[in-house]
Design a protein around this ligand. Structure first.
Ligand code: SAH
Length: 348
């Protein structure tokens, strides 16, 4: 059987170098050999762990923030409760369990999951009843309450190195090795000429604007809210491409399809694509969860715990919120209609 590396090498030999985004799309999402298509990468036995897998509190608080936004907008019925890249379905299951305490919310919710990986769709189906989509374009045209945790960091990026004559783009060439193109001006990076100098690296996620536009258009037209949680910052700078295998960094070009490849999310790109809806100020994850009451929730859960379970619970709370763990590296941005206040935990 041909490996993904061999198939990429053949494609490059025939058609010339590919962009980093094309390479990453194949490495992650190739229908039979891609990283996400062939495994469940989450948890201790996998390659990485995410906030919903660390503690149920994460999904519970997200659920209550979305339910509050639904109440603030007059409890529209029915509405779409959507998640992008739901992994194992843990976050959506926690959202639904916590929001069951909000009268009418779960009955009015139609759960829609956007997921390309057949393996992960099967995991999600163990935990939630839902309708699945390959991409956001087919989400229903009705009020949309949506969450995306560690979804945008998994979308392929292009990477550019500033040069006196423009930008050199990272390309994957002969024998699947990375190199740089000849320098050329790149119109979509014109706004980065003001804050970069020769040698600086900037990244661009080609799929992001279309996805945000589809979400923001629905929210502006029909109401709703989106919570986008990921690592990254406003206008990210530098090489943030990262490959992980067995919880350890690895070379992203060594063994395509065998490692997770991510990059930091440029939240400015999300904000720019959010019109005609509004976007919130960027909040560090720790601050967002504190505002939603994670400490009170942690104390309530603690009452029934002892020994190792209690130690794990305390460590999980710290991991989600502490500035030296996920608390400040991860950020949250909300998208909401101009007729409603921003989602709970976030500021205009
Ligand atoms: N949100 C989950 C999983 C994060 S991993 C959690 O927090 O645990 C990234 C998820 O996005 C996986 O479910 C992966 O299969 C999915 N994914 C990655 N790229 C995608 C794409 N282009 N379209 C749809 N889903 C995608």
């Amino acid at each position: 059987m041909t490996t993904l590396r061999e198939s990429l090498a053949a494609r490059i030999a025939a058609n010339g170098p590919v962009t980093l985004a094309d390479y990453t799309a194949e490495a992650l999402m190739h229908p039979t050999l891609g990283y996400y298509s062939t495994r469940d990468p989450l948890g201790a036995a996998g390659d990485f762990t995410t906030a919903p897998e660390i503690s149920q509190m994460f999904g519970e608080l997200i659920g209550l923030s979305l339910a509050q936004a639904w109440i603030n907008q007059g409890q529209p019925t029915p509405f779409t409760l959507a998640e992008l890249g739901p992994g194992r379905g843990t976050l959506m299951a926690d959202i639904l369990r916590a929001a069951a305490s909000v009268t009418g919310f779960v009955d009015a919710a139609q759960v829609h999951l956007v997921e390309t990986s057949p393996t992960l769709r099967a995991e999600q189906a163990k935990r939630v009843i839902a309708t699945w989509h390959d991409d956001v374009s087919t989400l229903p045209d009705q009020p949309l309450f949506l969450v995306a945790n560690e979804f945008f960091d998994a979308l392929p990026i292009r990477q550019f190195h500033r040069d006196p004559k423009g930008w050199r783009e990272v390309q994957i060439g002969k024998d699947v090795t990375a190199g740089l193109s000849a320098p050329a001006p790149i119109a979509l990076l014109d706004h980065r000429l003001e804050d970069t100098k020769t040698g600086d690296i900037v990244e661009h996620c080609p799929a992001l604007p279309t996805i945000i536009d589809a979400i923001a258009t629905r929210i502006a037209r029909n109401g709703g809210a989106a919570l986008i949680i990921d690592y990254g910052d406003w206008r990210s700078l530098g090489d943030t491409l990262q490959a992980l295998q067995n919880h350890a960094p690895t070379d992203p070009f060594k063994d395509p399809g065998q490692a997770d490849i991510t990059a930091h999310v440029d939240f400015e790109a999300i904000a720019k694509a959010a019109a005609p809806a509004k976007f919130t100020r960027l909040a560090p994850q720790g601050m967002f969860l504190e505002r939603l009451g994670i400490t009170a929730r942690a104390q309530k859960l603690e009452v029934n715990l002892s020994g190792d379970a209690l130690d794990q619970h305390i460590a999980a709370h710290r991991r989600l919120t502490h500035p030296t763990e996920m608390g400040s590296l991860f950020k949250v941005m909300g998208i909401y209609p101009d007729t409603a206040p921003p989602p709970a935990g976030l500021e205009p």
